[in-house]
Design a protein around this ligand. Sequence first.
Ligand code: SF4
Length: 893
Amino acid sequence: MDSNIKLANSTLTTCPYCGVGCGVVATPSNVTGDESHPANQGRLCVKGSALHETLVPNGRLLRPRVAGEDRSWPEALAAVSGAIRDSVAQHGPGSVALYLSGQLLTEDYYVANKLAKGFIGTPHVDTNSRLCMSAAVAAHKRAFGEDCVPGCYEDLELADLLVLTGSNAAWAHPILYQRMHAARRTGRRVVVIDPRRTATADLADLHLKLKPGTDTVLFNGLLAWLVRHEATSPSYIAQHCSGFEETLACAQDVASSVASVAAQCDLVEADVERFYRWYADIPRTVTVFSQGINQAVAGTDNCNAIINCHLATGRVGQPGASPFSLTGQPNAMGGREVGGLANTLAAHMEYDTPGAREQLAEFWGTDQLPEAPGYKAVDLFEAVHRGDIKVLWIMGTNPAVSLPDSARVREALANCPTVIVSDCMANTDTTALADILLPAAGWGEKDGTVTNSERCISRQRSFLPLSSAARPDWQILASVACELGYARAFQYQCPADIFREHAALSALACRVSEGRQIFDIGALAQLTDAQYNQLEPTQWPVILDDVGEIEGSSRLFSDGCFATDDGRARLVPVPVGRPCQSVTPRFPFVVNTGRIRDQWHTMTRTALVSRLLTHRQEPSIEIHPDDAFRLRISDGALCQLIGPGPEPFLGRARLTSDQRLGEVFIPIHWNGRFASQSVATNLIAAVTDPLSGQPESKHGIASLHSLANQWQARLMRRKSSNDLRDLAGFCDYWCRQPLAHSESWWLAGSKTVDWSKDATIWLEGEPQLVLVDSAQGRFRAARVVDGQLEAVLLVDNNVELLPDLVWLDQCFASERLSSEQRQCLLAGRSVETEDMGALVCSCFQVGDRQIAKAISRGQTTLEALGQVLKCGTNCGSCIPEIRELLQVELLET
Ligand code: SF4
């Protein structure tokens, strides 16, 4: 059966990056936004619009490998099942663990959970979704009785007051940011709460640049203020809530006055008052919260402090009025639906839900279900480190980079007797530590469903044949189940078989909860294969209407009836939650971490697209200019952050008053494949929120220093050249950018190099063009074969003088280097192209200097700039930066 929905030879599918869950119209050579998809209505951000460029064989894992050798599937499956069987026999089922990913499809997740909990009998099944939003899950359960997001994306447009807290949506959820921006209107207010001024603050009428870790104070203060000003809804509280009095008492204790809140949060009193007044006066309020709220040791309390204010004002599940948790990953919610978190059972059933274990055991036909929850992510890897876990199966994620204290995680993986990794990429920091590698299907090959941040289930459809020996994850899992002797329970022929079972289980879970459970897609359990293939985006819970049509639910709890035992929502007293680590004289800087605009997670997919590497070419450290001045760090200097852990973070200084004094920001994406020592999680301690197990990934401590390098260089080689990493061991710092035509490396070192002598090694041959300027510490050399550029080495301590990356890469595409190109390579500037400055628009490769020039020539609106330079006219991800340039340039003139 054709599993695709075809649209003039295109396939309707979904983007595999963030939790917005945009619909995509895809062919192997092009993608556009799906106008019929409710999440994006035709828009795509820069990552989504470059998806087709990731459909390349580069770096794919194409064959199973066991102990470093290529193997057939039967051999690999025998190795996996043998390791699991032996471990269970010798050490019990708890010696086996699965670590899953929000990148997996719901069907993959379902089979993984069923195999692990239902048949191997281990409770240790957790997922990288633990790292991004498990605090919101725990808070939803405490407040509403179930892990449910009450609102929908339309609410972000309907709200008259939009509060964005701990969310740089402009970069992390770009299409939702664009929707919020497009909904701007007279009288609508936007408040952004973030210790940094991010691109999202472009939207703000009020930016509260609060001290990190004081979110509970600000929202407790809001609750107390609302009560003082009689701005709560006593009737809603009386009819639909419990816990109000205790919660208020706690809030009044924590934040007795606006002055006290302002002092604790390091904010201006009038700004706090203004925020509170707006909140009181504007009933249609949505509070969007994301990783900045979740990734804290008090993450669950942070979320509940926000929800408390919404409950006290009756603003839950109403059009334009709800708390709204934005999910990081494309299928974090789908994973939670099936029980992908170690503390849940399956289909939103908890271990302690009366009757759940018995009913689930009967449904699956097993007597192996564990009795108690398993290890959450950080504890799971600690158990691996202790040696308690003997077989660890990791699917579609890179914990050697993404988990806190990642040096210890790498140590744990290195010492684990059997590490199995299913991935579509061959070379990641985690696959490097695997004993068994299983090639998984990638985006475009996979077929199933995902659920986005607004509970919307969408099909992710395949439109490409499987690469070589790659297989869908659900098939790999089912094959292992068969090898282990559980074939009867894993007789799936296609993803639709799994989905139907998953849907039927949700209906059973609702019966077990005696109708209280909200997550219910039982109406989809009877879908035929064809109906499954045609399934349109649908928000759960799903019912069949009077004429048997599928009907989703955009909002929850609108009637004030919640999923708790007594049907009432719970306000939760939230004490002050401070970050675990405080700065010390030895580690005087607070380290914040987060995403950048054009990269995704550990770059395995986005780094395949060279234009996505040009907006931010290197790991950076964003520093307040006054801190930099004090430490004599100049903009663009190489620096290192040293934390209490064993490894530092190296990056290039970006001086910006967007940072607060004494605080720095680093990106989460770089890893051992792309840079020498730039893994952000090395600076993050393995401390977690005790309620949710979510790590405190937004808060590290470190000292900041200039890197004592004597020289800096850019080395570029034709794409097919040998890997440079062995040679790069000679450097104190390296960072690699795989581009369209070449491989580019930033290098820096403290050891003296005789460039004239050693250039041959770096260039893999004799250079034909050479320029030496010893006085300036400058050296240029290029190897040219038959007129074509093969390699170029540019040594200069002033990296600003080097030609820009895009121009250099284009030189490798020239069949014959022109005399001007040769001249520029040596002179160090591109005379053929205008100096574009720092890249702003990735789609059309437009830099800040070009934009500034156009503004000075009279293009003083976004539209005018778009007409002249095209910047901002495709995906729109760069629009906040263009607006900021407009503001700065117009202020200066
Ligand atoms: S916002 Fe961008 S990354 Fe996120 S789902 Fe949409 S297109 Fe993909």
